[in-house]
Ligand binder design. Structure first.
Ligand SMILES: NC(=O)c1ccc[n+]([C@@H]2O[C@H](COP(=O)([O-])OP(=O)(O)OC[C@H]3O[C@@H](n4cnc5c(N)ncnc54)[C@H](O)[C@@H]3O)[C@@H](O)[C@H]2O)c1
Length: 304
């Protein structure tokens, strides 16, 4: 595994596989051809590109890292795959399609990204497809919906709300909170990616959406109930610029390959809340570090 360990990456995230003899970790950037070459030494037959800058708010404030990682980084990995004739899977997002009021996006829907995050992810997807068409690279793309689960950096909606709820902090909801997301548990998304790696057809795109859609405000209310917090902690704040209203993915194509999402949102959310409650060792260093400064910049108030 090659990972730059940005603010969002930590060795604690892979402590449970670190001693596995099949696992090797190289600290480095995907946009660095030397780091990529040293990672690919020996016995590798596929590249799966998870590496990304993923937080939309940060892409609005500071887009440069998004361009570097998604455009240049994806290019360097594609070149490495081409040179070595490796299979390639690009991990992508439903955000490349933009927002949809009714219905669901299929793999043939138009690409209409709205943030620097989704626009640079879209550019990466197009580059991957060009390597299939131009060079015959055995490349596939998997577009996931909103992930949740353990080890998620607390800038994202669910861990942010869980940790604020547990600490008695305000729960800052963007706008009216009626933005709808198609939640997928991270284990289901990981299985979808593995499934496409094993069974996907080169050149194809596969959507992998979760089984449930939920408005942000309803997610926050569930978290209030699960943590024993108070609804008085909910505070509506100015909406994110260009905030997409609804995402929804049709996953028929990957389901036809034999994948199916297993974790219902109600169960996965309860497990996730329990994980954060029981694993303060993981999030305490984050909540007392760079994240505090980020939170103050983003929400104009301090964490307790
Ligand atoms: N989180 C979601 O809801 C979601 C939904 C759909 C798709 N995805 C996609 O799944 C992938 C993983 O997302 P995540 O939520 O785990 O992201 P994350 O932000 O939690 O973690 C990103 C990881 O990539 C590493 N990284 C960042 N830039 C790098 C670079 N230039 N070189 C090497 N490593 C780098 C970071 O250190 C970190 O370990 C991304 O491609 C993302 O676009 C995420």
């Amino acid at each position: 595994m090659l990972d730059k360990l940005t603010y969002a990456g930590r060795e604690e995230n892979f402590h449970d596989v670190a001693s596995d003899e099949r696992f090797r970790f190289v600290r480095g950037a995907i946009e660095d051809p030397d780091a990529v070459a040293s990672t690919l030494d020996g016995g590798i037959d596929a590249i799966v590109n998870f590496a990304a800058e993923t937080h939309v708010d940060r892409s609005i404030a500071e887009p440069d890292a998004f361009v570097r990682t998604h455009a240049l980084g994806t290019y360097v990995l594609l070149e490495a795959a081409r040179e070595r004739e490796l299979r390639y899977v690009q991990v992508s997002t439903d955000e490349v399609y933009g927002s949809i009021d009714v219905g669901t996006f299929t793999e043939d829907s138009a690409l209409r990204p709205s943030s620097p995050y989704s626009a640079t992810k879209t550019g990466a997807d197009l580059l991957v497809q060009s390597y299939f068409h131009t060079y015959g690279l055995r490349a596939t793309i998997v577009r996931g919906s909103n992930n949740y689960g353990p080890y998620q950096y607390p800038e994202k909606l669910i861990p942010l709300m869980v940790l604020n709820a547990l600490h008695g902090d305000a729960l800052p909801v963007y706008g009216d909170g009626m933005q709808v997301r198609n939640w997928i548990h991270c284990t289901d998304f990981a299985h979808a990616i593995g499934h496409v790696l094993a069974h996907g057809d080169p050149g194809e795109v596969y959507n992998a959406g979760g089984p449930d859609e939920q408005a942000n405000i309803d997610v926050v209310r569930r978290i209030v109930t699960l943590t024993g917090a108070s609804e008085d902690q909910i505070e509506h704040v100015s909406d994110r610029p260009g905030h997409d209203r609804r995402y929804s993915l049709s996953s028929d194509k990957v389901c036809a390959l034999g994948w199916t999402p297993r974790v219902r949102f109600e169960d996965g959310l309860a497990e996730t809340v329990a994980w954060y409650r029981d694993n303060a060792w993981w999030w305490e260093p984050i909540r007392s570090g760079e994240y505090r400064a980020y939170y103050e910049r983003q929400y104009g108030r301090s964490l307790s």
